[in-house]
Ligand binder design. Structure first.
Ligand SMILES: [Zn+2]
Length: 140
């Protein structure tokens, strides 16, 4: 039986059917034409990379992300430098802000734990109901 050779729609190179990449509207492509079509990845600027790194670090940090704490300190320092605040007021403001953030962070963690426990309890209840149904059928 004669089988028509599979070809790349763009460069006509013969394709192994297992390696051909099929796209609707484009047809079958070889790996190199696929890469060309996908385009070269945009070069990420260093500042964007740094920003992304900080964002990831911020989200994976402990209870209080370093980024947030630094921001609180920088803002307080900024006000002091501009002489729009007193040192004592700024220290108090920072302490209140850290307390507020800690409270929020702890509450968020507690909610997460309660959510996970709730799910576990639901699963256990469902298991008990299943056993009860089974026992009910056995008695009848
Ligand atoms: Zn090709």
């Amino acid at each position: 039986m004669w089988v028509m050779a599979l070809q790349c729609t763009v460069c006509s190179v013969e394709l192994d059917s297992a390696k051909a990449l099929d796209f609707s509207g484009v047809g079958k492509l070889c790996g190199s034409c696929f890469v060309d079509r996908a385009g070269t990845p945009k070069k990420i600027k260093k500042e964007d990379l740094d920003r992304l790194k900080r964002e990831v670090e911020g989200e994976t940090a402990g209870l209080l992300p370093q980024e947030t704490l630094l921001q609180i300190i920088e803002e307080g320092y900024d006000r002091l430098v501009k002489e729009s605040g007193s040192f004592d007021d700024e220290v108090t403001r920072m302490a209140i802000e850290v307390q507020r953030l800690s409270g929020l962070a702890v509450a968020k963690k507690v909610m997460e734990v309660l959510g996970a426990l709730g799910k576990l309890v639901e699963e256990q209840e469902e298991e008990v109901r299943r056993v009860l149904r089974k026992l009910g059928r056995m008695g009848g």
